[in-house]
Design a protein around this ligand. Structure first.
Ligand SMILES: Cc1cc2nc3c(=O)[nH]c(=O)nc-3n(C[C@H](O)[C@H](O)[C@H](O)COP(=O)(O)O)c2cc1C
Length: 261
């Protein structure tokens, strides 16, 4: 990894070495000496050219459009700019198609960013088409009980399977508030309307949704609030590609840090 940082410097050194050798090749030298010096200079130039190319590829792999020089921080390992961060939610987006067939897909690249707003990034999928059509969806969390079915919803496409929901033996009920299905087997559903779709030019889109209502199975509530232990949502770890469940609470938000204030 340190190579990313050092290579531009090495490249520069080899260039300077080649230049120095070339300057050393004076008329006073024998033909053999001159030949040797020029060969060394050519080799140094070739090596530096290879270095430049290698360095650029590394930079492109780590950052799509820029050619910035990456620097290390102390003993840390540079991970580059493109990596699967962890943890991520296992969100289930449910929609209807033009014929009223339900579809549901897994999405880890998204989440809630306001009390009543959600957003996610979608590639070209049947779900993406359905969202353009109906401007509505429901959002649920996959849980430990439904890991196989939920993962299937992230593998199979509604473009190939007419009704993915029925295929796994799940059921749906039409939302009362938006034109989208609620998957009965998921205990929490946020009923959302699409407020913005930023098209990405490759069939995919960045989607912003507004939660107009949420419906919860009483079984996941404690004192009228969603109980995360009862909901038991899946967490997707993009580093290992495993699903996890959430363990114990280790602190209270806006409270645990008070002692340090
Ligand atoms: C763990 C996991 C996470 C995923 N996250 C996303 C995502 O955030 N965005 C996306 O476009 N596709 C994502 N997918 C892929 C879609 O769920 C998958 O392509 C699905 O088949 C699309 O279904 P559809 O064509 O019926 O809409 C994910 C798949 C898995 C297994």
């Amino acid at each position: 990894m340190q190579r990313y940082t050092l290579f531009p410097m090495q490249t520069n050194l080899f260039c300077q070495f080649a230049e120095l050798l070339y300057l050393c090749s004076t008329k006073k030298q024998t033909f053999t000496m001159k030949h040797t010096i020029l060969t060394l200079a050519a080799a140094a130039l070739l090596f530096s050219a290879c270095g430049t190319k290698q360095g650029t590829v590394n930079e492109e792999q780590t950052n799509n459009n820029t050619t910035m020089e990456l620097k290390n921080v102390n003993e840390r390992v540079n991970m580059g700019a493109k990596l699967y961060v962890t943890p991520q939610p296992a969100l289930m987006i449910a929609t209807y198609d033009a014929e009223g067939n339900p579809d549901v897909m897994m999405a880890a690249w998204g989440g809630q960013y306001e009390g009543n707003q959600v957003c996610f990034q979608l590639s070209s999928h049947k779900t993406t088409d359905n969202l353009r059509l109906n401007k509505a969806f429901t959002l649920s969390y996959a849980d430990a009980r439904t890991v196989a079915e939920s993962d299937y919803f992230g593998i199979a496409s509604g473009r190939d399977v007419k009704d993915k929901v029925a295929h796994v033996g799940f059921h749906c009920t039409k939302s009362e508030n938006v034109n989208a299905p609620i998957i009965d087997e998921y205990p929490l559903a946020m009923e959302c309307k699409v407020v913005e779709m930023i098209e990405r030019g490759n069939g995919g889109a960045f989607v912003v949704g507004e939660i107009v209502n949420a419906v919860a199975d009483p079984a996941i509530l404690t004192d009228g609030k969603i109980d995360i232990k009862k909901l038991n949502p899946l967490v997707w770890d993009g580093s290992s590609f495993n699903y996890y469940t959430i363990a114990d609470s280790v602190g209270k938000a806006w409270n645990s840090g008070m002692a340090l204030k």
